[in-house]
Design a protein around this ligand. Sequence first.
Ligand SMILES: [Fe+2]
Length: 333
Amino acid sequence: MNSRLKACLDRLQSFNLLMIPQQALEIHIKLDAPPRLLAHHTLVHQIAARLLLKLTEYWPNLEIDEDAVLFGAATHDIGKAEVRRELSEPGCDHEILGFAVLMENSIPLPLARFAKSHGLGSELDGLEDLLVCLADKCWKGKRDEELEEKFVRVLCQSEGVDFWDAYPKMTALFDVVSLGTDARLAIQNEFPCEDHDPEPVTTLHRNPEGPQAFDYHLERVVKYFQENYPAAAWSEVRFYEGDPCDRERFSVGDFVAPEDYRRRFCELLEQGHGWINFTACGVLNDWFIIGVVWPSYENSVPREYVSVNLSGPYLDQDGNGRWDLSDRIVLDG
Ligand SMILES: [Fe+2]
């Protein structure tokens, strides 16, 4: 765990807040999530836990997946670890991306679904989904009558209780857990949205149909490189599977021209990976080299949602991109 997250965790514990489930914490650590996001999830998780406690007290036989609710509250915005601007401005790019990130980290669908569903509000039908959505509102003192009513209706259906018995109990409960908003906002605001790590260059997209997907992402990575490194001169593109900077010697045949890589890329898109990274490695021999990597574990993300991420080149100590590969890679023949 990096020192910023560790300090954040210690600080949150000093407020006697319940810690989020270990599995949820590990995802934050793995993604190097900003402390603000960990704080937000901890606060929403706290509200969800309080709601669950009372719900099961009122209706002891209530069938609700408590672990799923707690995990959902603790990870629903996890996509913001990638789309960091949405920590401070509205947007919903983080929803589908967060879901993909969780699936990619082998989180089962019943737990991962909240990352995608929490923005749907009263369109939701599941008790657990509605509860996570409500906790995400109550923590900041926001009330949503339509959503609360929907929750009570679903609750009554599953429990066979009378709406007018349940409704006043639940609205009173939402009143109570919403108290203390100022203190919670103050806690969250202690942790800045911004940190000094570079934002991962990720663009949410649905992959175009068929081979066009390849042309679409090729255009993206070329544009990304040209805009960020206008001084780099090259005339052709070459693909390499893996990180060429891990090796020193290559032969010309190790690098593949776009027309010969299109089909391979389309196959990769069909394989269910959560992400495929295009690393703009730099320039060698008049070639713009793109490294392609994907997770080693199996996954089943639908082709259209596979996240194709852009990054690179490696930075030197001063933070400048080391795009000239001539001193790093030896090309034989
Ligand atoms: Fe949230």
